[in-house]
Design a binder for this molecule. Structure first.
Ligand SMILES: [Fe+2]
Ligand SMILES: [Fe+2]
Length: 253
């Protein structure tokens, strides 16, 4: 049985020089690539299944990638509020880094390499209620990429200048779209995809996704992405989860 372990997957070290996405992730995280060590990859014999954490399934993987993207969207929505009151309140570089992470980890890897290549075609082919979603989801991927292009273009300079209000609007529209998008994927499309595969094939997909991630990012793709969004949050004063605790509920009148 093929098996993927939480850490074993991420510890397989291989750097793909051909991958621009890998370069972005590695350069943003400041991590150095280490030489390929085939022996660190968990064998597909199932060895190590008793280790803590267990294996990361393909659907769990997709959903935790959404978690990274949701944190990027949170940066956008918090930044949009601040930019509207003061365009200089947010360093453009923090938004540029967020957009570059969204591009490399979200658009080029999660969307293009996994969803558009494996998930959507299988869900469409299977028919049923979920089959109507992929076309809309693909259109939303395309629109998201246009907005990311725009965010990258306007945040490359030292100051936002007059682009502030427009940028805030674009970020809000991306946040709104992607919240609906990822929620439908998590609750309808990914479960439908899982239903298209026998357990054995699902296991093989776990391994395939692992290999794609290594090709794309070299090593520790998910951990690097989490680290990067954490650094951006720190820069913007959003690192403390308690900041987001809601105010007490009002007393009913
Ligand atoms: Fe998607
Ligand atoms: Fe997704």
């Amino acid at each position: 049985m093929h098996s993927r372990l939480n850490n074993g997957r991420r510890n397989f070290l291989r750097v793909s020089a051909a991958s621009g996405a890998a370069l972005i992730l590695n350069s943003c995280s400041g991590q150095k690539a280490t030489p390929t060590t085939e022996s660190t990859k968990q064998p597909s014999s199932g060895k190590g299944e008793g280790e803590k954490g267990g294996e990361v399934t393909a659907t769990e993987d997709l959903m935790r990638e959404h978690g990274v993207l949701r944190r990027a969207l949170l940066v956008y929505s918090e930044a949009a509020v601040k930019i509207r009151s003061s365009p200089s309140a947010i360093p453009p570089d923090a938004l540029l880094k967020t957009a570059q992470l969204f591009r490399a980890f979200g658009e080029e890897y999660h969307e293009r390499k996994l969803e558009e290549t494996y998930i959507f075609p299988a869900v469409k082919k299977a028919g049923g209620p979920a089959a109507g979603y992929p076309d809309i989801l693909i259109a939303q991927h395309a629109r998201g990429r246009e907005i990311t292009d725009y965010i990258i273009a306007v945040t490359k300079g030292a100051r936002l200048g007059t682009a502030g209000a427009q940028l805030a609007g674009a970020m809000d529209s991306l946040v709104r779209m992607y919240r609906a998008h990822a929620a439908r994927e998590d609750t309808i499309v990914f479960p439908a995809w899982k239903q298209t595969l026998p357990a054995e094939q699902l296991d093989e997909m776990n391994d395939k996704f692992e290999d794609i991630e290594h090709e794309q990012f070299g090593e520790d793709g998910f951990e690097d992405a989490v680290k990067q969004i954490g650094e951006i949050e720190s820069e913007l004063g959003l690192a403390d989860l308690a900041v987001f605790t809601a105010s007490p509920a009002p007393t009913p009148q």
